[in-house]
Design a protein around this ligand. Sequence first.
Ligand SMILES: Nc1ncnc2c1ncn2[C@@H]1O[C@H](COP(=O)(O)OP(=O)(O)OP(=O)(O)O)[C@@H](O)[C@H]1O
Ligand SMILES: [Mg+2]
Length: 383
Amino acid sequence: MNMAVINPPEDAASVVARNRIICFVNDEISATALRKGLEGSNVSINRGTIRNAIRLLETDTDLFALVADISGIEDPFTELERLASVCPPDVRVALIGESREITFYRGLMEIGITEYLPRPITRDIVLDELRPRLLGDVAPGPADRGGHVISICGAQGGAGATSVAINLALQLAETTKAKVALLDLHLQAGETAVMLGVQPGPGLRIALENPMRADTLFIERAAIEVNERVSLISADEDLDVQLQITEAGVRHVLGLLRQRFNYIVVDVPVPFPPSIYPVIALSRHVLVLLEPEVTGLRNAHALRAAVTSIAGQDRVFTLLKALGAEPDMIIPDLGKRMTEAVNLGIPALKHVSRLRRHLAPIVREITGVGAGRKGWLRRLLRL
Ligand SMILES: Nc1ncnc2c1ncn2[C@@H]1O[C@H](COP(=O)(O)OP(=O)(O)OP(=O)(O)O)[C@@H](O)[C@H]1O
Ligand SMILES: [Mg+2]
C-alpha cells in the first residue's frame, strides 16, 4: 500500500519554543557553568530560584526544559509540588541544589525530575551530565508525568454532564493555575463549543480516525483557546456522515494532549463506543451525572460496571443534580440561570455564582488539594 502523509512545515516559532531552555540560578558560578555548558542551544539564564520559575510558568509554558535552583529553599518538595501543578508534563526539569544525599537524589528521580546536580557545578559537569539529559534523546523516567484524565458523562440525557465538564475545566485551571484541555468526544452535535460561544477548531475527526494524520502540531491547529489556560478540542461534523473513529486514533490524540496539558476533561458519549475505551482506561476519575429517577440510577449502575470492566477498577463518582439518593457528591438544581448561560454562550460559572461552591469539592477530589502531605508524591507523579 502506498500512503502519503503530508504534514505542514513546522513554523519557526514552534521550533524555537521546542528547544527553549530557561534557567533560574542564584549564584554566578552556576550561571556561568550553565551558560558555557549549554552554549549553542536556545538558553536563557536568569537570577532566581524555583519560586521564580513557578511564577514564570504560571503565564509562559512555551519551553522545552527548565533548570531551577533549590538552594536555600527550606522545603523543596512543597515547591516542586507547586511547580508540578503549572509545568506541562513534557517539559524536562533539572534542579541544582546543596544536598548531596543519595536518598534526596533518588526521591527527585522517582518523581520524574530529569537531573539533579549538587553545587558547585562547572561547565564540564553541565556538558557531561546535564546537557545529554536535557538535549539528548533520553528515555523518559519511570514516572508517568502525563496529564490527569477526567471523564464526564450523563446517566441520562440532559443530566448536566456538559455543564459540569465545561465549568469544572475552568475552575480546575483557575484553582491550580494548570493547563487544562476540554475534549468533546461528541463529534456530531456536541455542545461544548456552543455553550462556550466559540467555533470548534479543525482536525479532531481526522486525528481520531487515523493517528498517522495527527502530528505534534495537531494540538496547535485543533485547540481553541477558551482563556489563557483552558483550550477546547472539539468538532462539528455533519449529522449524516458515518464516523470511523479508531481506538488507535483515540489513544494517540489522548497521548498528545497528556503531554501538553496537566488536566484533560473529557465530555464522553454514552453508551461508550468501543473506540473510546482508552479514554476510560486512562481516566483517574469518571464522573457520572444523574437525576434522581429510576432510569438514572439504573444507568449509573450500568456505567459503573462498564468503567470497571474497561479500566479494571472502579473510578466512578456519581454526581446527582438534585437531592434524593446517596450519591458521592451533589450539584443542586441551580435553576433557570443555568440554561440562560447556555443561551448566552457563556460559561455558567460566570452567570450562576453558586455553581463555583458546588464544584469546589469535585476540584478538591481531583487535585488532591487538602489531602495532606502524604499525598504529594503521588500527585506530583501524575501531574
Ligand atoms: N445544576 C443544574 N441546575 C439547573 N440546570 C442545570 C444544571 N446543570 C445543567 N443544567 C441545565 O440543564 C440543561 C442540560 O444540561 P447539559 O447540556 O449540561 O446536560 P448533558 O447531560 O450534557 O445533556 P446531553 O444529554 O444533551 O448531552 C442545560 O440547559 C443546562 O443549563
Ligand atoms: Mg452533553
